[in-house]
Design a protein around this ligand. Sequence first.
Ligand SMILES: [Zn+2]
Length: 192
Amino acid sequence: MAKRRAPKRHCAICSKDLFGFDDDMELRALGVSPDHELAAFPGQFMCGPCFESWPLREQYGRRRVEHIQERPETTTRAPVHSDENCLIQVEVKAETASWKPVKLVPQGQHLAILWLATSGTDIVIPLEEWGKERPIQREEKRLRNCEESALDQIWNGLVQRFPSGADLWAAVDVEDVLERHARWLERDRGKS
Ligand SMILES: [Zn+2]
């Protein structure tokens, strides 16, 4: 895939140009009404320091994590743990075994996705790597300070509760996740 040149972006707070540093932040969809305090932010960008000190950061993060849990049928991700600090989803990788009716079967490298409520960002860990080492990266980028301190607080507890990827996998009703998503794909296909 050819690399696209990123459009010129600037920070929504301090207006400085962004050059793709590890801590550049893209604010993502929140599913909030237009009069919501955060409504103007999805689609905007922030430099790392502005995002760190943004007074609405934790509010953004919590809302982002809530939004991720809405309409679960649109993905093959299943929530296996959530509390005030984080959400863990397992992404069941699947391939389509048939189209009429849609039937999905598990296939590929399943993932643990750790959402942090302090930043609304996620750390993706292959299931077989879960619990071996504390994550040090987010999509091959250095973790932000707020992500590091969130991990400081929660990582040991999470690994105590789910020592390995097998423990996360055991909490997923794989058939249910795939059937729910297959039904959604069928409905979606029916509309077009
Ligand atoms: Zn800034």
